[in-house]
Every structure is written in structure tokens, then in C-alpha cells.
Write a protein that binds this ligand. Structure first.
Ligand SMILES: Nc1ncnc2c1ncn2[C@@H]1O[C@H](COP(=O)(O)OP(=O)(O)OP(=O)(O)O)[C@@H](O)[C@H]1O
Ligand SMILES: Cc1cn([C@H]2C[C@H](O)[C@@H](COP(=O)(O)O)O2)c(=O)[nH]c1=O
Length: 206
């Protein structure tokens, strides 16, 4: 089975290793779209639901086994799709997500689970994105950005992030849009709009 819900809106996902600027650039894109009259629903994974909270707690209190992570991320995402993503797409909103199942391919993939089987398990119920904006920066630059905001958590080791970046790089799909995010915020925001040009209202990029 794959997702069969109505899709009048767009599903745009921001992905990348930690500290690449996903939440910053979702904010910029949201403003750009809302200024042009588009209804935007912004969300993130792991969510604030019960499964998502267990996952976030584990980043601080001690990492779960990879099987437990897979199980919890799938439960969290299923609930996210049912309660927020599918209804928003059905009514025509644009859904901007900070992480989705590409993160699971990268992060649980980096812990030894086959990324292709993770993708297949997710696509049984989760809508395939219209576009994934992969914000790419070198791991050293990401660690610098993470470092400047305080302690790193258990998901944020150098070896782990290097492995995750390789998984993102291995996804070759027309909807996987790599954006070089190792530049100032204004320039990266412009690159994001350029990458999404075909989707944007009136096809304009300013
Ligand atoms: N283009 C940029 N150049 C320099 N710094 C940036 C840029 N974009 C974001 N930052 C800064 O980098 C830090 C991380 O940004 P942000 O929280 O948006 O990243 P993120 O990808 O959402 O992180 P995480 O995945 O860890 O939640 C913040 O301090 C932000 O101000
Ligand atoms: C969706 C998803 C996320 N993760 C990891 C990736 C990050 O290290 C954390 C979330 O932290 P953020 O600062 O809120 O981005 O969760 C994962 O391992 N698998 C997933 O499916």
C-alpha cells in the first residue's frame, strides 16, 4: 500500500545533518509564501507527540537501540501523517516539514539499518514529498554551528553526521534538491527559492 490521500497542497521537506539551517530556512520560506497568500502548515519530526517526546528525551538520557528508534520514529510519523500532514494536504495547504523519513534513512541508516528498507517501510503510509530541500554543509561547519548553541546531544557525533551526510548524498530522485548551505543566510534563502522555482506562486523568484 502507498499513501492514497488527496493532495491539493504541496509537501516540502527540509533535510540535512544537524545545524545546517533547516528551521531558519523554513522560517524564511514560510514568510515568502504567506506574503503571497499561501496557507502554510509548518511542522517538524520528531513531533511533540508521545513517541516524539520519548525520542527527544533519549538524545539526552541515553540512546535507544536502533530497533527501538525505528519503531518509535515510525509510530511518531504515522501519527503525524494522520493528524496533521494528510488533512493539511487535502485542504490545499503547503506543508513545510523540518525532517521526515529521509532523516530516518540517514540517521538509522548510519546505525546499520538498510536505507532502502527504511524508505519502503515509510512509503507504505507516508506521502512522498513534492520536494526535499537538502541543505548541505561540510560536517565541520555543521559542528561549528551546533557548538555555538551549547552542548551536543547523542545524535550529533562527527562520525555519525558524516555517515548521515553520505546517505543524503546517495538519494538520487528528481525531488531531492541539494542546496549548498555553506553561505550567509540571505544567499542560502535565495538558493532555496531558486531550487523550488517550479513550485513557487507565479513561478517567480525574488
Ligand atoms: N546560512 C547560515 N550561515 C550561518 N549560520 C547560520 C545559517 N543558517 C543558520 N545559521 C545558524 O546556525 C545555527 C543552526 O541553525 P538552525 O537551528 O536553523 O539549524 P537546524 O538545521 O534546524 O538545526 P538542527 O537540525 O540541529 O535542529 C543557528 O545558530 C542559526 O542562526
Ligand atoms: C525524523 C528523524 C530524526 N532523527 C534525529 C535527527 C536529529 O539528530 C534529531 C532531531 O533533532 P532536531 O534538532 O530537532 O533536528 O532526531 C532521526 O534519527 N530519525 C528520524 O527519522
Amino acid at each position: 500500500m502507498s499513501f492514497t490521500g488527496q493532495r491539493k497542497g504541496r509537501l516540502i521537506v527540509f533535510e540535512g545533518i544537524d545545524g545546517t539551517g533547516k528551521s531558519t530556512h523554513i522560517g524564511h520560506l514560510r514568510k515568502y509564501l504567506e506574503d503571497r497568500g499561501v496557507e502554510v502548515v509548518q511542522s517538524f519530526e520528531p513531533t511533540r507527540g508521545p513517541w516524539g517526546r520519548m525520542l527527544r528525551d533519549s538524545a539526552v538520557t541515553g540512546r535507544l537501540s536502533v530497533r527501538e528508534e525505528v519503531d518509535l520514529f515510525l509510530k511518531d510519523r504515522r501519527e503525524h501523517v494522520e493528524t496533521l500532514i494528510a488533512p493539511a494536504l487535502a485542504r490545499g495547504a503547503w506543508v513545510l516539514l523540518d525532517r521526515y523519513y529521509l532523516s530516518m534513512m540517514a540517521y538509522q541508516g548510519a546505525r546499520g539499518v538498510d536505507p532502502a528498507s527504511i524508505r519502503a517501510a515509510n512509503e507504505e503510509f507516508a506521502p512522498v514529498p513534492d520536494a526535499v530541500v537538502w541543505l548541505d554543509i561540510p560536517v565541520s561547519a555543521a559542528l561549528e554551528r551546533i557548538g555555538s548553541r551549547g552542548e551536543r546531544d547523542a545524535f550529533e557525533t562527527e562520525a555519525g553526521l558524516t555517515a548521515c551526510r553520505s546517505v543524503f548524498a546517495s538519494v538520487h530522485e528528481p525531488w531531492m534538491l541539494r542546496v549548498d548551505a555553506d553561505a550567509g543566510q540571505e544567499e542560502v534563502a535565495r538558493r532555496v527559492r531558486e531550487a523550488l522555482r517550479e513550485f513557487l506562486p507565479e513561478n517567480t523568484v525574488e
